[in-house]
Design a binder for this molecule. Structure first.
Ligand code: NAD
Ligand code: WQD
Length: 329
């Protein structure tokens, strides 16, 4: 199939392009490069030895999006483009609502106009809020406390309504847990701007000596060692989840958790990173980060049952691959 990957130059998008190409699909990337680099598209081609068509466009620009759909017979869309920094979204709500919502509306309209009926969307475990654990797709969603999370919940509802009116519009909503790691080539990976907000890139930068020490946000949570617990998933497993979702898409709306169903605490991740890479990660315990929940992990059994997909790579592989990319980068 000809798959339009929005945000395909970004962290998860670039790995998803690799998996799609390896599965035999043709890939067209649309990205405005607001949080990524053009070189990533070249690296995707280098890894796979396959061609990728690249459009540097803003998805809120309906005319530019139309051109892509006119030039290619698009069989399906994987929509990853979006702004994703939780803290930034609190300071710049309008930018987040505008970018994430309008780009999705423009894209959905183009799908309607050009009769494209396969749509896969990047959602987030953040839509569960502070629900009981493990998070299951059937749960009522809770407020996310930040505009970023609200855009994900709103887009899920928008896509569901479109599909309700036209069930031929087949939608797969993928709720990612905590994506980490990188392609084993070390060519593509996570490249945060400035000081990282997320744990794994912070750890790799401390290991490299770019940052002095990790600040562990709280050790008084009701968890195994008091530090926050998350369901880390290797970005390659996540990328393969997109291919499984696309290949198994049927009419209507389908929601899948993409996680490992396993929780790892901050200190467990630090220890695994040190063991996997034989390198020390100095840290100190500081206050809790506002807005954090104690635990977050998936019940990922629906994706296994319906898509035949399970995450295979363990925490050690995640730490090794994240570090290889950081060293190369
Ligand atoms: P990323 O920033 O690396 O990739 C997003 C890409 O979208 C970037 O290349 C950016 O340039 C592009 N983009 C943003 N707005 C655009 C627009 N209007 N037009 C065209 N391109 C635009 O982020 P990522 O980590 O790869 O995340 C991909 C998707 O997955 C996002 O939707 C994000 O919200 C979602 N997600 C990410 C995580 C995570 O922890 N990384 C977790 C859950 C969900
Ligand atoms: C993980 C754990 C922190 C940094 C965020 C978004 C979520 C999703 C994934 C997009 C927590 C602790 C972190 C640090 C620390 N993104 N931590 N020191 O908060 O689970 O999820 O990214 O959809 O929406 O909220 O991920 O990596 O920031 O934190 O102690 O310097 O590490 O408190 O327990 P989080 P994270």
């Amino acid at each position: 199939m000809n798959i339009l990957v929005t945000g395909g130059a970004g962290y998860i998008g670039s790995h998803t392009c690799v998996s799609l190409l390896e599965a035999g699909h043709t890939v067209i990337v649309a990205d405005n490069l607001c949080n990524s680099k053009r070189e990533n598209v070249e690296k995707i081609m280098q890894i796979t030895d396959k061609e990728v068509t690249f459009y540097e466009i803003d998805l809120t620009d309906a005319k530019a999006v139309d051109v892509v759909f006119r030039n290619y017979k698009v069989d399906g869309v994987i929509h990853l483009a979006g702004l994703k920094a939780v803290g930034e979204s609190v300071d710049m709500p309008l930018a987040y609502y505008y970018n994430n919502i309008v780009s999705t509306l423009v894209l959905a309209k183009a799908c309607q106009k050009f009769n494209v009926n396969r749509f896969v969307f990047s959602s987030s475990a953040t839509v569960y809020g502070d629900n009981t654990l493990p998070f299951v797709e059937t749960m009522n969603l809770l407020p996310t406390t930040n505009p970023y999370g609200e855009t994900k919940a709103m887009i899920e509802r928008i896509l569901a309504d479109i599909s309700k009116a036209n069930p031929a519009f087949s939608v797969s909503i993928l709720r990612y847990f905590n994506p980490v790691g990188a392609h084993e080539s070390g060519l593509i990976g996570e490249e945060p701007n400035g000081i990282p907000n997320n744990l794994m890139p912070y750890i790799t930068q401390v290991a490299k000596g770019k940052l002095e020490k990790l600040r562990v946000f709280g050790n008084d949570y009701p968890t195994v060692d008091g530090t926050g617990v998350r369901d880390y998933i290797h970005v390659i497993d996540l990328a393969e989840g997109h291919v499984a979702a696309l290949n198994n898409l049927t009419e209507g709306v389908h929601i899948y958790n993409l996680g490992t169903s396993q929780g790892t605490s901050v200190l467990e991740l630090v220890k695994a990173f040190e063991e996997a890479n034989s390198i020390e990660v100095p840290y100190e315990i500081v206050d809790r980060r506002p807005g954090d929940i104690a635990l977050c992990y998936a019940d990922a059994s629906k994706a296994k049952r319906e898509l035949g997909w399970t995450a295979e790579r363990d925490i050690i592989a995640m730490c090794r691959d994240a570090w290889r990319f950081e060293k190369n980068y």
